[in-house]
Design a protein. Structure first.
Length: 255
């Protein structure tokens, strides 16, 4: 997954700042259609953890520090008219633990990524040149498959996970959120793998493009930085980037 950037072919909008936020202790947000807009709620900075932002007085006595369950976030934004014909994506840097996403009232999907990022194409769901609405419902309920595991216990008003983990499971949108756009043909991911084989090594590249195009390229190097060859399905040629090879050798020696 490539990090969003701006260049001659790509643009982005950073959605950090104030969002609307509300806990959902009765878990009625879906049936009440909060995905079309959160009723009431309070402003919250993003990125942050919500646990220490509010007090019980903010939500009718709800102990927000120790809250476990569903919370809702919403953000309104606009994108330029000139992105028509391009592909639009939403990247969420971290939505702990499980996130459910709606764009302009349309359900997009579920993402149980914990502290990891996810991105999703939203081209067909946003309107260029007009205001759009993103809504995220986050569920931080602990289970046997989450980190930390199991449900929280409450001692001295400080919730602690019932596991061997010694850190508190803070919850929220912890990292930046972006809407970005690309050309219709774009690189989605670049994977680099260094495989040591005796005194030699292979650097395997896999480039994944939208939608399904993939290309594998293998570069073979030796530990003394001598270039052996470059191989792909279509050609063989010399590799000239000595700085890149030096970096690859450094990585190998560190192993």
């Amino acid at each position: 997954m490539l990090y969003p950037q701006e260049n001659s072919c790509r643009g982005l909008i950073k959605l950090d700042g104030y969002w609307r936020f509300s806990p959902d202790p009765k878990n009625t947000g879906r049936s009440d259609k909060w995905f079309t807009g959160i009723p009431g709620g309070r402003d919250i900075p993003v990125p942050c953890s919500f646990n220490e932002i509010f007090t019980p007085d903010d939500f009718d006595g709800l102990e927000i520090m120790a809250y476990e369950g569903t919370v809702w976030y919403e953000k309104k934004f606009s994108v330029p008219k000139d992105i028509t014909g391009k592909r639009s994506w939403l990247r969420v840097g971290c939505a702990y633990y499980t996130a459910y996403l709606w764009v302009n009232g349309v359900y997009i999907g579920e993402y149980a990524k914990g502290f990891l990022p996810f991105d999703v194409e939203i081209t067909d769901h946003i309107i260029a040149g007009q205001e759009n609405l993103i809504v995220l419902a986050l569920d931080n309920t602990l289970s046997e498959t989450t980190l930390p595991q199991y449900r929280a216990t409450h001692e001295l008003h400080i919730p602690k996970p019932t596991s061997n983990f010694d850190w508190y499971p803070y919850t929220g949108l912890h990292r930046p959120v972006y809407v970005y756009w690309t050309a219709s043909d774009c690189i989605r991911n670049v994977k680099v793998e260094i495989i040591k084989e005796g005194d030699d090594a292979h650097i395997d590249f896999k480039v994944t493009c939208a939608d399904t195009w993939e290309k594998d390229v293998k570069w073979a190097i030796s530990l003394n930085s001598e270039i052996l060859n470059t191989r792909s399905e279509e050609h063989t040629s010399e590799l000239q980037s000595h700085s890149f090879i030096s970096y690859a050798v450094f990585c190998l020696k560190k192993k």
